[in-house]
Ligand binder design. Structure first.
Ligand code: PXL
Length: 278
């Protein structure tokens, strides 16, 4: 069994981050150790009410890592997502530098925004530090908004194949890291991803039927499935294909039962399919 540090927030309302990451990786035979960045009463895409709880856990993160070190923990991978403060980037950068060894897999999902806008809690300073953390990753999984922020380019909701390939190559930092560009629609009524595998230098795309609605947490679901497959030894294109298919399945199931996309996708009843490699 692979052991992975999962640095994400815990949001009470709305499925995203650890409430998605832990069950998904568990279903794929990966043991994820939650290193909580923040506790939120609800994820940040809910309409503001003035009653939001945001508990920043930056101080606790260092102490947690020290405790794990004292317990002699050994990790095969690292996966970070939503981060709550610039200081967290320092802690995680330091942690990654210490943990990296041959065979170690570091995935940074540079969670910063969606639909052309940064999330409410993401300042320009936080975005700049996220880019620094992402430089240490073996694989990054930005959506189109995050890719534009990382590259300092204007947001483009519908880039064509040539631009996608250019962006993938630039985001790979000369082939030092693999890149998965998510939330990419290459044909009407379809949604998926494109990836550049640093092992082969090749670009692949994957598309699946689109479910209408702005779903929360699907980036976390997508990255978790991709990571689970990579840790099982599958190549990046297969991992991305499976992630695209699974997110499509879960979001369409949610639409079919009339679920609220803000609450996230109903992925839990489908997790058995991941376990069997379907
Ligand atoms: O799914 C990304 C994410 C994670 N955590 C929190 C969020 C979001 C996106 O809105 O608000 C708290």
């Amino acid at each position: 069994m692979k052991h992975v540090i999962a640095a994400h927030d815990l949001s009470g309302f709305g499925r995203c981050s650890v409430t998605v990451v832990l069950p998904t990786l568990a279903a794929m035979g990966v043991r994820a150790y939650p290193l909580l960045t923040a506790y939120l009463s609800a994820h940040t895409a809910f309409p503001p009410t003035g009653k939001e709880v945001f508990l920043d856990l930056t101080r606790e993160m260092s102490a947690v890592l020290e405790h794990w070190q004292a317990l002699g923990a050994r990790f095969d991978g690292f996966y970070s997502g939503f981060l709550g403060s610039p200081a967290q980037m320092d802690i995680l950068t330091d942690c990654l530098r210490r943990l990296r060894r041959p065979g170690f897999l570091a995935m940074v999902d540079p969670v910063m925004g969606d639909n052309g806008h940064p999330y409410r809690t993401y300042t320009p300073q936080l975005c700049a530090r996220m880019a620094e953390l992402a430089e240490l990753a073996d694989v990054i999984t930005p959506n189109l908004t995050e890719a534009a922020i990382l590259l300092g380019e204007p947001y483009d909701p519908a880039p064509g194949p040539r631009k996608v390939e250019q962006w993938l190559r630039r985001l790979s930092l000369d082939g030092r890291r693999s890149v998965v560009l998510t939330g990419l629609s290459l044909a009407p009524e379809s949604l998926g991803a494109a990836c550049l595998d640093r092992e082969t230098g090749q670009v692949h795309t994957a598309q699946a039927p689109l479910a209408h609605g702005r779903f929360s947490g699907t980036g976390d679901l997508f990255a978790s499935v991709t990571l689970g497959r990579l840790l099982a030894g599958h190549p990046l294109d297969r991992a991305v294909r499976d992630a695209v298919d699974f997110v499509s399945l879960a979001t369409r199931a949610t639409v079919d039962r009339g679920g609220d996309p803000l609450e996230g996708a109903d992925f839990e009843p489908l997790l058995g399919r991941l376990a069997h490699g379907e």
